[in-house]
Design a protein around this ligand. Structure first.
Ligand SMILES: [Zn+2]
Length: 255
């Protein structure tokens, strides 16, 4: 299965990294699309004057490398994303280039309008990827990808329905991957006194508590026709022994 993460900014993938580690260990292919160039990401300046967009491109590629993933940036202006026809075309093309079968994206309500615009735009674009008459320059896919919305944090009307259990090792690696976005960790520490890795570790612990396990990530499916995730798209409890986790090269052991 080709799993495509479509988020507004380089670092937003932090909300599903544990799930990506489990999916990647099962042999699924991961791809990343960022809608903006992240150019507003250094409000206090960078260490050596390097433009924010270049810093964030480098940091995002370091995360993508862990998953042997392709990374596509649509280059919209950070903080000013609008859901126009050009964005829909670019998303249709990106989803096709990555052969997307399952999309993970932002929840549809959030503190940041780039996130909200991205969630709607990619959900709309998904419905066109199998129709060759739309954006004909890039070959159509055989079917519409399923869509999952990642937990946006508390307070946005998000009631999760799908949970992925994580081990302590998953959480540790998730923190290490989040901290590959060095520039954003520095911004967060200056603004709040802690960084995103700390925040996500606390959130996975709170989410896990709902299932009476140590750590978990949470999702909601898009329920629009043809975009409903097949029940087996996500890994479940760590004790689960599905057919993929039992076969040698796709084993999750050691992850
Ligand atoms: Zn963001």
């Amino acid at each position: 299965m080709n799993v495509t993460c479509v988020f507004a900014h380089q670092d937003d993938e932090m909300r599903c990294l544990g799930t990506l580690l489990r999916l990647h260990a099962r042999g699924h292919r991961i791809g990343f699309v960022c809608v903006t160039d992240g150019g507003g990401g250094l409000p206090f300046g960078g260490p050596d004057g390097e433009p924010a967009a270049a810093v964030r491109e480098r940091e995002m590629r370091a995360v993508a490398e862990r998953f042997d993933a392709q990374y596509l940036c649509l280059g919209r202006e950070d903080g000013f994303t609008t859901g126009d026809a050009a964005l829909r075309r670019d998303l249709i093309a990106a989803l096709r280039r990555l052969g997307s079968e399952l999309i993970i994206t932002h929840w549809t309500s959030d503190y940041n309008d780039d996130h909200v615009v991205t969630a709607k735009a990619v959900t709309d674009a998904a419905l066109f990827v199998n129709l060759a008459s739309f954006e004909p320059a890039v070959a159509a896919l055989p079917s519409v990808p399923r869509v999952l919305y990642a937990h946006p944090g508390e307070g946005y009307g998000f009631e999760p329905t799908h949970f992925v259990e994580l081990s302590a090792a998953h959480v540790a690696e998730k923190s290490e991957l989040i901290r590959r976005h060095d520039s954003q960790m520095a911004v967060m520490r200056r603004l709040r006194g802690y960084d995103y890795a700390d925040e996500m570790a606390a959130e996975t612990h709170r989410t896990g508590a709902r299932l009476m396990v140590a750590h978990a990530e949470a999702f909601r499916p898009c329920l629009a026709e043809r975009r409903i995730p097949w029940p087996t798209d996500l890994p479940g409890p760590l004790s689960e022994s599905g057919p993929l986790s039992e076969s040698g090269p796709l084993s999750e052991e050691g992850v």
